[in-house]
Design a protein around this ligand. Sequence first.
Ligand SMILES: *Cc1c(COP(=O)(O)O)cnc(C)c1O
Length: 355
Amino acid sequence: MKITITRTQTPKQKPDQNALGFGRYFTDHMFMMNYTEGIGWHDARIVPFGDISLSPACMVFHYAQEMFEGLKAYKTEDGRILLFRPEKNIERMNSTNKRLCVPQVNPDDILQAIIETVKIDSDWIPTLPGTSLYIRPFIIATDPALGVHPSKTYLFMIILSPVGAYYAAGLNPVDICVEDEYVRAVRGGMGFAKVGANYAASLIGQQKAEEKGYAQVLWLDGIEHKYVDEVGSMNVFFVIDGEVITPSLDEGNILPGVTRASAIELLRAYGYKVTERKISIQEVYDAAESGKLQEVFGTGTAAVVSPVGKLDWDGRIIVINEGKIGKISQFLYDQITGIQFGRIKDEFGWTREVK
Ligand SMILES: *Cc1c(COP(=O)(O)O)cnc(C)c1O
């Protein structure tokens, strides 16, 4: 794919690496590409980062035909730049696109777009321990028309944001509230797709949890409010009596996380028993009661592993592993970040060097 490059004439000052946070700063450039029915994807270009102009009638503003992805570029101690399993994100992008009636993208072209955009802003990749460059590809429907049908034109973009270490002071367990009123996904819905609309649906639950002093929500299934789906915007794992259990993907209500897949593969390679199946919140509470619940943690690109210290289900509170990080959470965190930052030999062939 030919990518036209227009470099910025006014590079920005880079933010303080100690105060990056998440998604607050953006690099000097961004990638753009258009889709037109009958032509396909066209006009791939890297341009200075900046505002875009759209008709207020654009379909994305009214009917939420929008998808996104999230991955990171990491700088190793010897100055190499690594991506972590980007082909998995691109594969998921096309699965999301299919659900949302957005045209498919060419995986090679998207990988090239990610690599070229990261390369042009490679001096924006922070180097302090745990920091990285967050990569946000997304697609919006741009037909300026209010009829409800799939758009005939789209805009694909990639923006980049230097982000801070998720855990400034080591892995910190978070307190989670089980949400039994609102749901984020249902069978046949869009739970497996990475779409902004799922996040719009989740905000109220998140707000409720925060009002009660909790960091995140544990989502239950949308039909019976019985089985565990995900935790916040992460996949969820339970360790019960030595067995690692995570909700299975077959009902289409769970986002197939790249970190989730990597955690499962890693644990199995190291001889752990990992089971993908339905798990009810009652089973989790029963396990806690009988002293068999050893760990609960979330997985996702942003935090890698996020241990859960406490669960509150309708006022019934359980404390997990005395509110401390469990062995398996720590193992996964060390292994995955070790591979991502090139500290551990990548025996799985998961990283891809940008050069
Ligand atoms: C992105 C996301 C995840 C985590 O996926 P990763 O590929 O591991 O980053 C989990 N759940 C939801 C709802 C998500 O949007």
